[in-house]
Design a protein around this ligand. Structure first.
Ligand code: IPE
Ligand code: IPE
Ligand code: MG
Length: 255
C-alpha cells in the first residue's frame, strides 16, 4: 500500500514521494470545506457552480478516506451562520445533499459506508431532511467508514443545547452537578459516540474554526491548505495525513 501511495503522490505533485505509514492513520478526519465561491469566482462562474463542484470533491474525499482506512470522516457542509447568505444560494445548498445522496447513496452502501448527520435538522427544508434521514436509515447497520455530515451545525448551539439539557436534568432531580464530567458532556454533544477528530483540515487558506466542533478539536492536529475545496482530491488528503504522521502529539505531556 505504501508503494502505491508514494507513486501516486510523486506523479501528481512532482514532489518528493511522501510515505504514509499504515499504522498511524488518523481515526477521525474532520474537514471544513471552504472556498467553493472563490473557486467559481476565479473562473468567472456563479458561486453555485462552485458548490456543485464541491459536491464532487466530497465524493473524492470520501473514497480516499475509505481507501486509506480512516474510520470517521466529518464534513462541515452548512453552518448555523450560513443562513445569512442570499436565499438563492441557501436554497441551492439545501438541494445539494438531496442530489449527492441520489447520485451516490448506492455506491456508499456498496462500500459499507454509514451516513450520519449532526446539526439542527428541524430547521432544514423537508426535502433535505428527508434525504438525510433516508440515507441514515438505509446505512445504519453498515460497519465501514462513518461519513458524518455537519449540516446546519454550529458548535456554540451544540454546547448551548448540551448545557440546557443538563440544567433541565438537574432541575428534574435526575442529575447532580457532581456528575457533570467531560465524558458526560461528550456523550451529550451532537458528535456523541464519535472519537474526537485526530486531524482537522480546512481548505481555501482561511485559518479559523468558524464555529466548528469547538469542544472536540481541543487536541486535534490542524492542517490548512490554500487550495479551494472543489480542487480537493486524494493527493491533498494524503499530504495532510503524511503531515499528521510527522507531528508529535503530546497532549500537554512530554514525548
Ligand atoms: C464553502 O464554500 C461552502 C459553504 C460554506 C457552504 P464557500 O461558499 O464558503 O466559499 P467562499 O469561502 O465564499 O469562497
Ligand atoms: C465555514 O465556512 C462553514 C462551512 C464550511 C460549512 P464559511 O465560509 O461559512 O466560514 P467563514 O464565514 O469564512 O468564517
Ligand atoms: Mg467560505
Amino acid at each position: 500500500m505504501i508503494k502505491r501511495v508514494q507513486a501516486w503522490l510523486g506523479r501528481k505533485d512532482g514532489q518528493q514521494p511522501v510515505e504514509i505509514s499504515p499504522d498511524n492513520i488518523p481515526r477521525h478526519v474532520a474537514i471544513i470545506m471552504d472556498g467553493n465561491g472563490r473557486w467559481a469566482k476565479s473562473r468567472g462562474l456563479p458561486r453555485i457552480v462552485g458548490h456543485q463542484n464541491g459536491m464532487k470533491a466530497v465524493k473524492r474525499a470520501t473514497i480516499a478516506a475509505n481507501d486509506l482506512g480512516v474510520e470517521f470522516l466529518t464534513m462541515y457542509a452548512f453552518s448555523t451562520e450560513n443562513w445569512k447568505r442570499p436565499k438563492d444560494e441557501v436554497d441551492f445548498l439545501m438541494k445539494l445533499p438531496v442530489e449527492f445522496l441520489a447520485l451516490e447513496l448506492d455506491e456508499l452502501i456498496e462500500k459499507n459506508v454509514q451516513v450520519r448527520v449532526m446539526g439542527d435538522a428541524d430547521a432544514l427544508p423537508a426535502h433535505t431532511r428527508k434525504a438525510m434521514e433516508e440515507a441514515v436509515a438505509r446505512t445504519q447497520d453498515n460497519t465501514g467508514l462513518v461519513l458524518n455530515f455537519a449540516l446546519n451545525y454550529g458548535a456554540r448551539k451544540e454546547i448551548e443545547d448540551c448545557m440546557r439539557s443538563m440544567g433541565e436534568d438537574i432541575r428534574a432531580g435526575v442529575l447532580s452537578p457532581e456528575e457533570i464530567t467531560s465524558e458526560l458532556i461528550d456523550s451529550r454533544l451532537l458528535s456523541g459516540g464519535l472519537p474526537d477528530p485526530d486531524l482537522l483540515i480546512r481548505t481555501s487558506g482561511e485559518m479559523r474554526l468558524s464555529n466548528f466542533m469547538l469542544w472536540q478539536v481541543a487536541y486535534s492536529e490542524l492542517w490548512f491548505t490554500d487550495i479551494y475545496w472543489p480542487e480537493f482530491d486524494k493527493t491533498h488528503l494524503l499530504q495532510a495525513v503524511a503531515e499528521y504522521q510527522r507531528r508529535s502529539r503530546r497532549y500537554g505531556g512530554l514525548k
